[in-house]
Design a protein around this ligand. Sequence first.
Ligand code: TRP
Length: 414
Amino acid sequence: MAEEAEAASGAEKRDGEPKESKEEEEEQVVNPWEVAAKPGGKIDYDKLIDQFGCQRLDESLIDRVHRLTGRLPHIFLRRGVFFAHRDFNEILDAYERGDKFYLYTGRGPSSEALHLGHLVPFMFTKYLQEAFKVPLVIQLTDDEKCMWKNLSVEESQRLARENAKDIIACGFDITKTFIFSDFDYVGGSFYKNMVKVAKCVTYNKVVGIFGFTGEDHIGKVCFPPVQAVPSFPSSFPHLFSGRENLRCLIPCAIDQDPYFRMTRDVAPRIGYHKPSLIESSFFPALQGETGKMSASDPNSAIYVTDSAKVIKNKINKHAFSGGQDSLEKHRQYGANLEVDIPVKYLSFFLEDDAELEHIKKEYAAGRMLTGEVKKHLAEVLTELVERHRAARATVTDEMVDAFMAVRPLPHMFN
Ligand code: TRP
């Protein structure tokens, strides 16, 4: 619906108010290229939901997922990591009626090594694929990163394949998963859909949604349709020919919302369903919850390539603690869990709900010390990262080719 795009693009940007204006500087910024809280603050997710015009993912929807799939909802649902959505209920309605859907997610391959934040949407997508038994398309936007990060075409393509190995290592089912690079796949029906979308979006609109300026090259202005059209089944005739009515669910971090606001705005005008979204908060930097982890500051993030020793040191040196400065004060006042990064990280990755509750209770009461919580976190993350590394080591070039082959998936709904 048009209001959705309106709500988020907001009059201020559309009228071309300069970005440096004082008011905007002090507000949080969340878009596909920048995530920053207000100075000294945390990302305000309630405000984002209002600003973007999406819906909060409430308990009743999570219960519905539980009922429909017969599986315990994923830790990222139980802990509120995925916290917002657009029309997720419609996907569940369709599923309940016996209609299937497909999943679409993606990655911009801008760096060789992934950090934990990058794994979050893929771990969750794998769960959705298993729980609902549905096909999945994964877009590697090598073109996007080539244009935004000033990488060469060849380097972006190389990174796309490297990242594909990490994605495959998350455990996707090859009989239900198609991974594609934009440089290789864009053309044919996919390109036809891009042109249909592009014709519906004015220059003013794209400036309003994405904040492009006159200095940005036209490659950026032309890119949004590329990320839009995997939402439409007809972009994948080898998969969905004869099933053009299939619905699409997109798991993503909420910074990708602008692309899909645009997509949802356009979809009905070109005769397609709007894609549904399920959106996550950001995995915070070790230094605190002011943004997402930055691939350019190695000490802000834990990478899947970090050794046990590096993980331990990073946590001990850089993880922002809500504990008190002295032992006496800590015993007296306890830790402030609101700002504590080790507890936050545990809430993403420590599966055992009872154990997490115990740690939070003891730590907040001052009976447990920061050092103990950090030690526990280092163990949990080391285990996760080592498991990922072992899985990635088994992914061969032939497997990458197999996942990326343009082929039908005859068993994708079984
Ligand atoms: N633009 C995303 C990024 O930079 C990549 C992407 C493409 C994506 N399509 C997507 C992410 C769909 C989530 C869902 O990482």
